[in-house]
Design a protein around this ligand. Sequence first.
Ligand code: WTA
Length: 631
Amino acid sequence: MKITSLQQYNDQVRKAKDSPEEFWSEKANNFKWHKKWDKVLEWDFTKPEVKWFQGGKLNITENCLDRHLEKKSNQIAIKWVPNNPNEVGVDLTYLQLHEKVCRFSNVLVNNGVKKGDRICLYMPMVPELTIAVLACARIGAIHSVVFAGFSAKSLSDRINDADCKILITSDGGFRGEKITPLKDISDEAMKTTPTIKLCIVLKRTNSSIKMQKDRDIWWHDEIDKVSLSNNAEKMDSEDALFILYTSGSTGTPKGIVHTTGGYMIYAEYSFRNVFQYNEGDMYWCTADIGWITGHSYIIYGPLLAGATSLMFEGVPTYPDAGRFWRIVEENKVNIFYTAPTAIRALEAHGLEYVKKYNLSSLKVLGTVGEPINEDAWNWYDKEIGNNKCPIVDTWWQTETGGIMISNLAGVTDAKATFATLPLPGIQACILDDEGKEIQEKNKSGKLCVKYPWPSMARTIWGDHKRFRETYFSAFKGYYFSGDGCFINEKGLFRITGRVDDVIIVSGHNLGTAEIESAIDEHENVCESAIVGFPHNIKGNGVYAYVICHQKPENKKKLSEEINKLITLHVGPIAKVDKIQFVDGLPKTRSGKIMRRILRKIASDDINNLGDTSTLLDPFVVQSIIAGKQKD
Ligand code: WTA
């Protein structure tokens, strides 16, 4: 069932609150189960332990694919648009996608993959990525997709953290004018990944690559050896479905673990309701499958709902800044879901690229990944939506698995810069620093959730203690998101941004610790501190304060070397925009860097530095400000 009126929305909110188990069971009943569950929910946020639909047996790919074959075998499941507009795209019907997934499942089984094994995917945005994800899920292997913009070091760290057995990659990936040498990067990564026994390589760019005997095999050779039929593994609701890494305030990236049954139910439910998906709609989410948005709203949500999901290989500015709109026109896209950073970048290129195309097919627009500023919202509304398409501003996280707070397109009201209302079933609230729920309107606090929802993360791979400490310890009995938020006089939620040391740059989460440790690799660097500062296109830019052992003779050269190290250790997305060489950093007496102050200096907000009385050496601040003005 889809919620189609405000009245229904209110009814569902009430029902989900009063009888959550009945509410979610009704949703679960729409799927194919081999065995129904014994218990709907068991939970304890202090451990934390959350189990949905225990004892239920199912396979998510049967629900994405097999379930639709009777009525939709000839409907397009994946419409793939290549990077180069002159290359012909690929349409995969539900029948074809099912066949390809079954075949590749057999390839994995032939190569010794068993239920519970971890498989790493480091691939471009091609249909085979979707096929490989679903094939893992079909045989019960846990997929760990690593965004194809990450460096060899980031890739090997992620492989080692989860002890992946197989790496699936391609010779290269097309992105605009560039080719990313994915196999070369994988080779470099595999020098330090003892658990990888096999590397399956897809041919995409025809780049010349090295194939290591006994380890590397071609996708196309393997596919020829297997049959079409495959019986999906029967998974328990709480068996792990995938791991996806996300950056935290401190330490290494966290392998967020999602399980099968609850994730499936929530991905479908949120997709259908937020976007108000109707049979026959052409749906396009521009995210990369390397991020949670791609997992939940390119692959699982749309396929579970039996929709047509458009998948684009390239970038918004190739061959020119009209590419998105050209794709909308050519494919008569009805629902379009993107990130504020893309909207701002395309706005900056000027209207001529928009006006060339007929965007009248659009019915619903969506945004995700960071707070959207009012200007960008208005531009999106007017120039792309022609003031007739509701914009859904969807707040959620890798950890939440699905959209948590958003208007439902055309059903509940939109308001610029407000994510608006929690979905029925989501009990979101705002806490003050003492952990009390804030009842006053327009007063900011920490965004938390006080009741479990089916698609919430269950743990961090290999580190349940860290899971508890990161999300369930700040406020006892609550899931803490790490975001700031207030609720206005009409009850609408407005997300104000991260309250921790995660910086969201062009919609990507970057942990300050990861970037700092890359910078600290430089022999002349003694210490560094990273903060975000407002950036017109990227939302946040990255500002580095760096202390050197020896005063740098050539600042430009040193800055380039630092960015090279960041590219090597993290990836090009984490490169810093500004570097300031300083003599000291503002630290508390206990040695903690006061990033709050550094953030203000980076943002030129120096008249309002707040309390600096706990600083070990208050003069450092003046010297940094003076240094910045001189630069
Ligand atoms: C931010 C992306 C404001 C937020 C799905 C969150 C948003 C982080 C919004 C998660 C939004 C996401 N408005 N902020 N509509 N959507 N965020 O894990 O800070 O890549 O905590 O998941 O993005 O990023 P992640």
